[in-house]
Ligand binder design. Structure first.
Ligand SMILES: Nc1ncnc2c1ncn2[C@@H]1O[C@H](COP(=O)(O)OP(=O)(O)OP(=O)(O)O)[C@@H](O)[C@H]1O
Length: 597
């Protein structure tokens, strides 16, 4: 454990932690006699001297003041009698280890404005150093304990830094490879371990579990796990598992058989099995998503109404399903209603159902609405911001009274379902502009769960890619594909305005279109490649062509988003325009431009 690691972010090793705040200081124009009295009254040996802006300019000591008094210089301003002894000015954020190396008995401490804020002597510095040494000893002990744990592990463990240089190599690895720990540490992993991929793990950030790697001619099962710090990959751990490979295959085959059976039993649930949605199905280990998961788990235990907010494709429905699964309503159904896709005239009957003869074309025997279908379960009102005002009032009444009637009926139906709403719009603003009822807003927004966009949690991207690669390859029954570090770089730097849905679609397209086992930059869609070239800065594209490229990229994206929105709204152009945040006429123009009308 080195010095920097120990000190990093630790305020206990900063000057501000140890200094005496302000205490006494004197103005440079004070007379020697006044200063002498002050030192006498307050029993002070040293005093900092500051100018009009409270910037430190030096110190006076008891000794120097005594001399001036004896030699009748009592009326002199203190600045012209100031002690010429060394004094140093340090910043409050300076490290005490650096300050300790400065040869000075006193330190005047300033803040960012260079204003005097405190005083530090060697006494405080020694205390700080003592505490630092204590901490260092404890950290060293922990490091030693970690080493012992590593060496007594049954699995082989190798740790590399971000450059693929081996930093740890435990006894088990050493025994298996016959390479001494001392010879392995400090060398590039490729020189030490046969067929390793750890040097790529630190580039791609993709964890790999249960992969077969031939070491010393033997097939071995290995795990490769990237290590992240502050959203950056700082290394990777390689684990060599000594279970027999045949045994692992047996377990794997058994597992495969089981999942096949499961799918045969309920083929229609293959992709949207409600029970699949526990929190572990939500891929992501970034701090941002872990916090949302934690909050969602807590919310699930209550019966409060939840409003899930976040951009399109961030996983709002997934969270809603997980909350349902973990709640006391989990034995009931999860019914999803896309408020953005139902024509205004059909809303009421869709939500509340209708009785026979309620209107021309009404089904014989009537039809239950979504609320009725969600009885004892959860009703998920997606795109709640699209709900027409009249329907907002009706929904509010149902939430307040907990009962409703079918269209054309008089019978009261009890509402016993949890309501989860979601939106990618700013409902608060809609309340201000009168587009959303304030009372309904507060009814549905007892607790808000905000899902962060993918570009704010980029360290989830490698995990998600790996997940979607596996999912798609399994879906199409093809061998698992991998992705090169360069392609991964492009994925990490792309903006993903369509969030996880866009990422999943991109992977699916790439898996289908890429021949061979490896997805590289050349296989990526053009708009991603262009971004990648620009971000890496190695493309010698002239300025005008950059603009052309970006225009082209924007048009491609726009076309794609319009098509997606039309599919989502079942071809309803008014709704699609609303969701896209553009006027209907603009949408018609764009449809014409892209040949989509
Ligand atoms: N964390 C995640 N892990 C795995 N898959 C995810 C994750 N988040 C979202 N997805 C997948 O991305 C797609 C979009 O997710 P979902 O429908 O929940 O998003 P949404 O925010 O409700 O979108 P919209 O606002 O457009 O309705 C789904 O296929 C979902 O399975």
């Amino acid at each position: 454990m080195d010095r920097d690691m120990l000190q990093e972010n630790d305020s206990r090793f900063r000057v501000s932690y140890w200094m005496k705040r302000e205490v006494f200081y004197i103005h440079k124009n004070m007379m020697v006699e006044e200063v002498a009295w002050l030192m006498h009254d307050k029993e002070i040996d040293v005093l900092p001297v500051v100018d009009e802006q409270r910037k430190p300019i030096g110190i006076v000591t008891l000794h120097s003041i005594l001399k001036d008094v004896l030699f009748e210089r009592k009326k002199d301003p203190v600045w012209c009698r100031m002690e010429s002894q060394p004094v140093s000015v340090v910043h409050e954020d300076d490290s005490i280890l650096e300050v300790y190396q400065i040869n000075s008995p006193y330190f005047l401490v300033v803040n960012n404005d260079d204003t005097y804020i405190g005083f530090l002597t060697h006494a405080e510095l020694l205390k700080a150093l003592g505490s630092y040494l204590e901490e260092w000893r404890e950290t060293r002990n922990t490091a030693e304990i970690l080493n012992i744990i590593l060496d007594s592990a049954y699995e082989g463990v190798a740790v590399v830094d971000e450059n693929g240089i081996i930093k740890q190599f435990n006894d088990a690895y050493s025994r298996f490879t016959g390479i001494k720990k001392g010879d392995a540490i400090g060398r590039h992993v490729k020189e030490v371990i046969d067929n390793t991929n750890l040097h790529n793990t630190v580039k791609t950030g993709v964890p790999e579990r249960g992969v077969i790697q031939y070491i010393n001619g033997q097939p071995m099962v290995v795990n490769r796990i990237p290590i992240f710090k502050n959203d950056k990959i700082v290394g990777a751990i390689g684990m060599l598992i000594f279970e027999g490979v045949t045994e692992l295959y047996r377990i794997y085959e058994r597992f495969q058989e089981k999942s096949l059976h499961r799918k045969e039993e309920k083929p229609y649930l293959a992709d949207h099995n409600q029970n699949e949605y526990s929190m572990s199905q939500i891929i992501g280990e970034s701090q941002a998503i872990m916090q949302v998961k934690y909050l969602a788990e807590k919310i699930a235990k209550t019966e409060a109404g939840v409003l899930i907010t976040g951009e399109s494709g961030t996983g709002k429905e997934m969270f809603a399903r997980s909350i349902h699964q973990l709640s006391s309503f989990s034995s009931g159904p999860f019914i999803s209603v896309n408020c953005g896709a139902i024509p205004e005239q059909l809303f009421e009957s869709e939500l509340f159902g209708y009785e026979e003869g309620a209107f021309t074309g009404a089904k014989k025997g009537g039809k239950p609405g979504k609320l009725e279908l969600a009885q004892d379960g959860t009703i998920f009102l997606d795109e709640i911001g699209e709900l027409p005002l009249l329907m907002q009032s009706k929904l509010l009444r149902v939430i307040q009274e907990r009962e409703y009637e079918r269209v054309g009926g008089v019978k009261k139906y009890k509402l016993n379902a949890r309501i989860i709403a979601a939106t990618n719009r700013d409902l608060k603003k809609m309340v201000e502009t009168g587009d959303f009822r304030e009372d309904l807003y507060y009814r549905i927004n007892i607790i808000e769960l905000q899902i962060p966009p993918l570009r704010e949690r980029t360290n989830d991207i490698p995990l998600l890619i790996n997940y979607f690669l596996k999912k798609t390859c399994t879906k199409y029954g093809i061998l698992m594909k991998n992705i090169t570090p360069e392609a991964m770089h492009a994925f990490l730097h792309y903006e993903w305005f369509g969030n996880i849905r866009e990422l999943a679609n991109t992977i699916e397209k790439l898996v289908i279109l890429t021949e061979g086992p490896t997805i590289d930059v050349v296989h990526l869609p053009k708009y991603m490649k262009d971004k990648e070239l620009l971000s890496m800065g190695y493309a010698q594209i002239n300025k005008s062509s950059i603009i052309d490229e970006s225009k082209h990229y924007k048009m491609e994206r726009e076309k794609e988003m319009i098509s997606e929105m039309l599919i989502k709204t079942g071809g309803n152009k008014t709704k699609a325009a609303k969701l896209l945040g553009i006027h209907r006429t603009t949408l018609y123009q764009k449809l014409k431009k892209y040949g989509l009308s």
